[in-house]
Design a protein around this ligand. Structure first.
Ligand SMILES: C[S@@+](CC[C@H](N)C(=O)[O-])C[C@H]1O[C@@H](n2cnc3c(N)ncnc32)[C@H](O)[C@@H]1O
Length: 170
Protein backbone atom coordinates (compact mmCIF):
# COMPACT_ATOMS: atom_id res chain seq x y z
CA UNK A 1 0.00 0.00 0.00
CA UNK A 2 1.32 3.44 -0.92
CA UNK A 3 1.70 5.95 1.91
CA UNK A 4 1.47 9.73 1.67
CA UNK A 5 2.18 12.21 4.45
CA UNK A 6 1.07 15.82 4.20
CA UNK A 7 2.28 18.38 6.73
CA UNK A 8 -0.48 20.98 7.09
CA UNK A 9 -4.06 19.79 7.01
CA UNK A 10 -5.51 23.26 6.42
CA UNK A 11 -8.85 24.72 7.42
CA UNK A 12 -9.21 28.36 6.56
CA UNK A 13 -12.19 30.49 7.47
CA UNK A 14 -13.72 32.94 5.03
CA UNK A 15 -11.79 35.70 6.83
CA UNK A 16 -8.50 33.94 6.19
CA UNK A 17 -7.93 32.79 9.78
CA UNK A 18 -7.45 29.17 10.71
CA UNK A 19 -10.36 27.29 12.24
CA UNK A 20 -9.21 24.08 13.79
CA UNK A 21 -12.40 22.08 13.24
CA UNK A 22 -12.16 22.50 9.48
CA UNK A 23 -9.50 21.40 7.07
CA UNK A 24 -8.56 18.25 5.26
CA UNK A 25 -9.42 19.38 1.70
CA UNK A 26 -6.09 18.26 0.28
CA UNK A 27 -6.07 15.06 2.37
CA UNK A 28 -9.46 14.13 0.92
CA UNK A 29 -8.19 15.02 -2.57
CA UNK A 30 -5.19 12.67 -2.12
CA UNK A 31 -7.53 9.93 -0.89
CA UNK A 32 -9.61 10.32 -4.06
CA UNK A 33 -6.54 10.50 -6.30
CA UNK A 34 -4.53 7.61 -4.83
CA UNK A 35 -7.22 4.95 -4.65
CA UNK A 36 -5.35 2.47 -2.49
CA UNK A 37 -3.00 4.73 -0.52
CA UNK A 38 -2.95 5.45 3.19
CA UNK A 39 -3.10 9.23 3.70
CA UNK A 40 -1.53 10.72 6.82
CA UNK A 41 -1.93 14.35 7.83
CA UNK A 42 0.03 16.30 10.42
CA UNK A 43 -1.08 19.59 11.89
CA UNK A 44 -0.28 21.81 14.84
CA UNK A 45 -4.00 22.23 15.45
CA UNK A 46 -6.58 19.56 16.25
CA UNK A 47 -8.33 18.65 13.00
CA UNK A 48 -11.60 16.77 12.70
CA UNK A 49 -10.81 15.20 9.34
CA UNK A 50 -12.36 11.83 8.62
CA UNK A 51 -11.85 9.40 5.78
CA UNK A 52 -11.57 5.63 5.47
CA UNK A 53 -7.86 5.78 4.64
CA UNK A 54 -7.05 9.13 6.31
CA UNK A 55 -5.33 9.53 9.67
CA UNK A 56 -4.39 12.92 11.11
CA UNK A 57 -1.94 13.42 13.94
CA UNK A 58 -1.44 16.56 15.97
CA UNK A 59 2.08 17.86 16.47
CA UNK A 60 4.62 20.35 15.24
CA UNK A 61 6.66 19.93 12.12
CA UNK A 62 9.77 21.15 13.95
CA UNK A 63 9.49 18.50 16.70
CA UNK A 64 12.08 15.92 15.62
CA UNK A 65 11.26 13.19 18.21
CA UNK A 66 7.58 13.48 17.33
CA UNK A 67 8.33 13.28 13.58
CA UNK A 68 10.54 10.22 14.02
CA UNK A 69 7.71 8.56 15.97
CA UNK A 70 5.20 9.53 13.27
CA UNK A 71 7.44 7.99 10.61
CA UNK A 72 7.82 4.81 12.68
CA UNK A 73 4.04 4.55 13.11
CA UNK A 74 2.98 5.38 9.52
CA UNK A 75 6.01 5.24 7.22
CA UNK A 76 7.93 4.62 5.11
CA UNK A 77 6.36 7.16 2.78
CA UNK A 78 6.12 7.24 -1.00
CA UNK A 79 5.32 10.95 -0.86
CA UNK A 80 5.85 13.62 1.80
CA UNK A 81 4.39 17.08 1.19
CA UNK A 82 5.38 20.04 3.35
CA UNK A 83 2.47 22.48 3.19
CA UNK A 84 2.75 23.53 6.82
CA UNK A 85 3.99 26.67 8.54
CA UNK A 86 6.12 27.93 5.59
CA UNK A 87 8.83 28.91 8.07
CA UNK A 88 12.32 27.91 6.92
CA UNK A 89 13.60 26.43 10.19
CA UNK A 90 10.43 24.30 10.40
CA UNK A 91 10.84 23.16 6.78
CA UNK A 92 14.50 22.25 7.47
CA UNK A 93 13.58 20.37 10.66
CA UNK A 94 10.91 18.37 8.83
CA UNK A 95 13.20 17.54 5.95
CA UNK A 96 16.04 16.46 8.24
CA UNK A 97 13.70 14.23 10.27
CA UNK A 98 11.57 12.79 7.47
CA UNK A 99 13.65 12.49 4.31
CA UNK A 100 15.12 9.20 5.52
CA UNK A 101 11.62 7.77 5.76
CA UNK A 102 10.95 8.39 2.05
CA UNK A 103 11.31 5.22 -0.01
CA UNK A 104 13.90 5.11 -2.84
CA UNK A 105 12.22 6.70 -5.86
CA UNK A 106 9.75 8.47 -3.57
CA UNK A 107 9.25 12.23 -3.45
CA UNK A 108 9.63 14.94 -0.81
CA UNK A 109 7.76 18.07 -1.85
CA UNK A 110 8.10 21.56 -0.37
CA UNK A 111 5.43 24.13 -1.17
CA UNK A 112 5.33 27.92 -0.90
CA UNK A 113 9.06 28.52 -1.39
CA UNK A 114 8.61 32.26 -1.86
CA UNK A 115 8.06 32.75 1.88
CA UNK A 116 11.88 32.39 2.06
CA UNK A 117 11.95 36.10 1.10
CA UNK A 118 9.19 37.24 3.48
CA UNK A 119 10.21 38.52 6.94
CA UNK A 120 6.86 37.50 8.45
CA UNK A 121 7.92 33.90 7.75
CA UNK A 122 11.47 34.50 9.02
CA UNK A 123 12.63 34.92 5.44
CA UNK A 124 14.91 37.63 4.10
CA UNK A 125 17.03 38.72 1.17
CA UNK A 126 18.58 36.25 -1.26
CA UNK A 127 21.09 34.11 0.65
CA UNK A 128 19.33 34.46 4.02
CA UNK A 129 20.43 31.38 6.01
CA UNK A 130 17.90 28.78 7.14
CA UNK A 131 15.21 29.41 4.55
CA UNK A 132 13.49 26.80 2.38
CA UNK A 133 15.33 28.19 -0.65
CA UNK A 134 18.66 27.63 1.12
CA UNK A 135 17.46 24.07 1.82
CA UNK A 136 16.82 23.58 -1.90
CA UNK A 137 20.30 24.94 -2.68
CA UNK A 138 21.74 22.50 -0.13
CA UNK A 139 19.95 19.70 -1.96
CA UNK A 140 21.65 20.81 -5.19
CA UNK A 141 24.93 20.04 -3.42
CA UNK A 142 23.55 16.64 -2.37
CA UNK A 143 22.78 15.81 -6.00
CA UNK A 144 26.14 16.92 -7.36
CA UNK A 145 28.84 16.56 -4.73
CA UNK A 146 29.05 12.80 -5.09
CA UNK A 147 31.09 13.64 -8.20
CA UNK A 148 33.62 15.12 -5.79
CA UNK A 149 33.54 11.97 -3.67
CA UNK A 150 31.37 13.55 -0.96
CA UNK A 151 28.16 12.18 0.48
CA UNK A 152 25.08 14.29 1.11
CA UNK A 153 21.41 13.44 1.37
CA UNK A 154 20.53 10.51 -0.94
CA UNK A 155 18.92 12.63 -3.65
CA UNK A 156 18.47 11.35 -7.21
CA UNK A 157 16.64 14.32 -8.72
CA UNK A 158 15.60 17.84 -7.84
CA UNK A 159 12.86 19.68 -9.76
CA UNK A 160 12.18 23.30 -8.86
CA UNK A 161 9.21 25.24 -10.23
CA UNK A 162 7.54 28.47 -9.24
CA UNK A 163 6.90 28.09 -5.46
CA UNK A 164 7.45 24.31 -5.29
CA UNK A 165 10.32 21.83 -5.18
CA UNK A 166 10.20 18.06 -5.81
CA UNK A 167 13.09 16.11 -4.29
CA UNK A 168 13.34 12.49 -5.47
CA UNK A 169 15.13 10.07 -3.17
CA UNK A 170 17.77 7.76 -4.60
C1 LIG B 1 -1.67 26.24 4.06
S1 LIG B 1 -2.43 25.34 5.35
C2 LIG B 1 -2.47 23.69 4.67
C3 LIG B 1 -3.45 23.56 3.54
C4 LIG B 1 -3.75 22.13 3.12
N1 LIG B 1 -2.53 21.38 2.85
C5 LIG B 1 -4.60 22.15 1.86
O1 LIG B 1 -4.05 22.27 0.76
O2 LIG B 1 -5.83 22.07 2.02
C6 LIG B 1 -1.14 25.26 6.54
C7 LIG B 1 -1.43 24.36 7.76
O3 LIG B 1 -0.21 24.19 8.47
C8 LIG B 1 -0.50 24.11 9.85
N2 LIG B 1 0.70 24.42 10.62
C9 LIG B 1 1.21 25.65 10.94
N3 LIG B 1 2.32 25.51 11.66
C10 LIG B 1 2.54 24.18 11.82
C11 LIG B 1 3.53 23.41 12.49
N4 LIG B 1 4.53 23.99 13.16
N5 LIG B 1 3.43 22.06 12.43
C12 LIG B 1 2.42 21.45 11.78
N6 LIG B 1 1.44 22.14 11.11
C13 LIG B 1 1.50 23.48 11.14
C14 LIG B 1 -1.65 25.11 10.04
O4 LIG B 1 -2.41 24.81 11.21
C15 LIG B 1 -2.44 24.92 8.75
O5 LIG B 1 -3.48 23.98 8.92
Amino acid sequence: MRRLLEIGAGGVTSKGGYQSALGGASLRMWQDYFLRARIVGLDLEAKAVTGRRIRVERGSQDDRPFLLGLAARHGPFDVVIDDGSRIGRHQWASFEALFDSVVPGGMYIIEDLATAYVPAYEGGPVGEPGTSVQLVKDVVDSVLRRHAGRRGHPVAELHVYDEIAFIVRS
